[in-house]
Design a protein around this ligand. Structure first.
Ligand SMILES: [Zn+2]
Length: 420
């Protein structure tokens, strides 16, 4: 991934799909025997998950939230700035040692997402023995908390990026594949009715979506307890206990955000298809709205900025080919990894909706269209298994075809390897 044009944008919403039917079907283009054995069930199954994510730093986390979460055996994610972290370092370490996640919310909340502000908070937490996986953009009104320039800063230090806390765009939950550099959160506060919470959790259980509840301070009065005096942006213990009881009733898993990201993007085993060290030939990315536009004649490393109704990732570029072009150069995605047999999945993105594409790929450069997977939406696709014998996984792709609908672009975002 190389960038030639810098463009500053604020994206206010993200794309997700509630359909659970995200697995494609593997077929062999030549009709011969598959050298890759598909073994279902080894990959972590999609499941309904809830995470609790809190911003800034509050004594109420330790005094009220921590004992409450411990009572139920649940963990939360705390996104912190420097001041409270330094002030309450003993509490931070105690909660971290008990499995609670600490992520960065930038060093100085006020000055937004700058390299210095992100790096310094990472160094502070690293120095405490906490290696923060995640980053949550501070929501200061004057400084956009999320944009492609900000993502480029954050991804140097962190493996995921959540937005601030204005998330009307996340009506229920996130579906696989998640846009890990734009994880939308669901604002949970004392102003929300029990019926609204139940509706979201029942949807999560029915469709195996992931809800990241966001909050700040634990306290106040929930409107269900006191419609006259209740409300506000806190989360009262009664509200949290109601959510816990619904989670238990519906059999939903509770995990930290870090745990979910690690589950679906295993550490050291993910190819970011747009990164130069993992792609050959090296591509230069361009953003939606740049003078350059997608070209069917070449590989396109393209970064969406628009999220209207399409199956787009806006958190990271992806590598696109056009289904009408069968003579592109061979594209190799590569990763150094210990020898062994791995289950392979890829996050694939059709540019347009309402079409089904057959994406060809192989682990054998001499026959790059040996295998294929059919997709009709943004998909976390099962690509079968591969045995690595020389310390390097190579996945080759050269073209894709239309199964139904019109010709168009289809992109590779991530290739992910899983142990058996
Ligand atoms: Zn904040």
């Amino acid at each position: 991934m190389k960038k030639i044009i810098t463009r500053f944008r604020l994206i206010a919403c993200c794309v997700f799909y509630l359909c659970a039917c995200s697995l494609g079907n593997n077929t062999d283009k030549t009709g011969g025997n598959l050298p890759v054995t598909v073994v279902p069930g080894e990959y972590p199954d999609t499941e309904a998950i809830v995470s609790f994510s809190y911003d800034d730093g509050s004594d109420s986390w330790y005094n009220t939230g921590y004992p409450l979460f411990n009572e139920y055996g649940y963990k939360a994610t705390f996104n912190v700035n420097a001041a409270w972290t330094l002030y309450r370092s003993d509490w931070v370490l105690e909660m971290h040692n008990n499995g609670f996640e600490f992520a960065s919310h930038s060093y100085y909340h006020e000055t937004g997402v700058t390299d210095e502000n992100v790096e310094n908070m990472k160094l502070l937490l690293d120095g405490m023995g906490i290696s923060p996986t995640g980053f949550v953009g501070p929501g200061a009104a004057a400084t956009p908390a999320w944009g492609h320039d900000e993502v480029n800063i954050v991804k140097q230090y962190h493996r995921y990026y959540s937005q601030g806390y204005s998330h009307t765009n996340v009506p229920e939950g996130l579906s696989l594949p998640f846009d890990k550099y734009l994880l939308g959160r669901w604002g949970l506060s004392n102003s929300i009715t029990a019926a609204r919470i139940t509706r979201a959790l029942e949807d999560s259980a029915a469709n195996n979506t992931w809800i990241i509840f966001s909050g700040h301070t634990i306290g106040g009065i929930w409107i269900e307890d006191d419609p006259v005096n209740g409300g506000g942006s806190d989360q009262s213990p009664a509200l949290i206990e109601f959510v816990f009881s619904e989670i238990e009733r519906l059999g939903i898993a509770v995990k930290t955000v870090e745990e979910v990201v690690d589950m679906y993007h295993p550490r050291g085993a993910v190819i970011d298809c747009s990164s130069n060290e993992h792609q050959e030939p090296d591509l230069t990315y361009f953003e939606e709205g740049d003078p350059q536009s997608m070209d069917p004649a070449v590989w396109n490393e393209y970064w969406h900025t628009t999220t209207w109704s399409g199956p787009r990732f806006v958190g990271n570029p992806a590598v696109y080919c056009h289904t009408s072009n069968d003579s592109l150069p061979l594209m190799r995605f590569t990763l150094s990894i210990p020898n062994g047999t791995y289950r392979v999945r890829a996050e694939l993105i059709p540019y347009d909706t309402g079409r089904t594409y057959r994406v060809f790929y192989s682990f054998d450069s001499s026959n790059p269209s040996q295998l294929s997977v059919d997709i009709s939406e943004k998909t976390d696709a099962d690509l079968g298994t591969v045995t690595v014998t020389d310390g390097e996984l190579n996945l080759y792709t050269q073209n894709a075809d239309v199964v139904s609908g019109a010709e168009g672009f289809v992109g590779w975002a991530y290739v992910k390897l899983f142990h058996f």
